[in-house]
Ligand binder design. Structure first.
Ligand SMILES: [Fe+2]
Length: 362
């Protein structure tokens, strides 16, 4: 029998609500294996400046907070180093790992959880369904909305040769805490760029050949919420935070059941070669995708102008031939994304010349 449909995993437990973060103790304590098996908290190092918030992280026993830099996107090396650090320090496998931060911290947390129970290096598992064992108990607590990393079955990492996710049914978090208050201090640019990641997930999912009623239902609602948040001034700040948090979640579920597309393929290349962060990279790319997503591109410009955000230009002006080649290789290597965007025969429409032509405009 041909297996046509993926039997998807979902995040099994979700706690939602303003102030929900303070219920974390009641989630973690029943999961504590023993007093010597710590909870590891991976926390975006931006929070070193927010002492009051750090005080609210419920550490006890041998638990440890590890602050991680998110200036650059997470790498496979970073995952391997964190895993080594944890293994060398503790005699027992941790009770669990809790990620507090944006998409980078979410991805890092999922990857460390998996690499604690799967042999080898993180780069061995970049791809689809290569993970063999479930990771340790993992909790995702997003502090920026948009990436959908809190709900996705991937942990996107930059490796030595490629930027690619660890995609598997084992990758999803065991528990997510959605507290809209935690996103209150995000800067306007970051709020916009990361929010546009969600918007672009919806554009790519809703216009893809992999679309089905399940991903459409989630994608349409997420798209409507994005438009509320970025085009309506009547919403309160709290309403915007609540709605973008839900848009991020629904957009993530939508792509988990379909796929992203051209913007993400090109953005991965930009990120690998130029180190441009994911949300910003997507914004730079979608400005030039009228041929693929005419309505989405128009709507993006409307939101950009309404929010008075400047998108950098001339990013690829001084790229070497080698860098162009690398970027093109990364982008074209993501065949599921192109297939979703353009269908099974995507290679008849897109090649190195087409991709390079798009990069040259950015
Ligand atoms: Fe994305």
């Amino acid at each position: 029998m041909k297996l046509a449909f993926r039997n998807m995993t979902m995040v099994p437990r979700v706690l939602y609500g303003t102030g929900a973060f303070d219920q974390l103790t009641s989630i973690l304590e029943p999961k504590r294996l023993n007093p010597r098996a710590p909870f590891i908290f991976l926390v975006d190092d931006v929070f070193t400046q927010y002492h009051e918030f750090v005080q609210r992280i419920p550490i006890g026993y041998e638990d440890e907070i590890i602050f991680v830099s998110t200036l650059e996107e997470p790498t496979t090396n970073q995952v391997d180093e964190l895993v080594q650090q944890i293994i060398l320090k503790y005699k027992e496998m941790p009770s669990g790992i809790v990620g507090i931060g944006g998409g980078s911290v979410m991805d890092l947390t999922k990857a460390v959880s998996l690499l604690l129970t799967n042999h080898g290096n993180a780069s061995d598992y970049q791809g689809w369904d290569l993970i063999q064992n479930s990771g340790i108990f993992s909790v995702g607590i997003p502090t920026i909305s948009g990436t959908g990393a809190e709900v996705s079955r991937t942990a996107v990492l930059k490796g030595p040769d490629i930027k690619l996710g660890i995609n598997s049914d084992f990758t999803t978090f065991d528990q997510v805490v959605l507290d809209p208050d935690l996103t209150a201090d995000v800067s306007k640019n970051q709020w916009f760029f990361t929010g546009m990641d969600c918007f672009i997930h919806c554009v790519e999912s809703l216009n893809g050949t992999f679309l089905n009623a399940f991903s459409q239902a989630h994608g349409e609602k997420a798209m409507a919420l994005c438009q509320n948040v970025f085009l309506k001034s009547a919403l309160s700040e709290l309403e915007k935070r609540e709605q973008l948090m839900m848009a991020s979640w629904l957009g993530g579920v939508s792509i988990a059941n379909s796929q992203v597309g051209v913007a993400h393929a090109l953005s991965y290349g930009l990120s690998f070669v130029k180190g441009i962060k994911h949300g910003l990279g997507n914004c730079i790319v979608i400005e030039h995708l009228d041929a693929y997503y005419p309505e989405g591109t128009q709507l993006f410009r409307k939101m950009r102008d309404y929010q008075q955000i400047d998108i950098p230009k001339g990013i690829c002006e001084n790229l070497s031939e080698d860098e162009y080649r690398q970027m093109t290789r990364i982008a074209l290597g993501l065949s599921p994304l192109w297939e979703n965007a353009l269908g099974k025969n995507w290679q008849s429409q897109v090649n190195e010349k087409v991709v390079r032509g798009l990069y040259e405009k950015m």
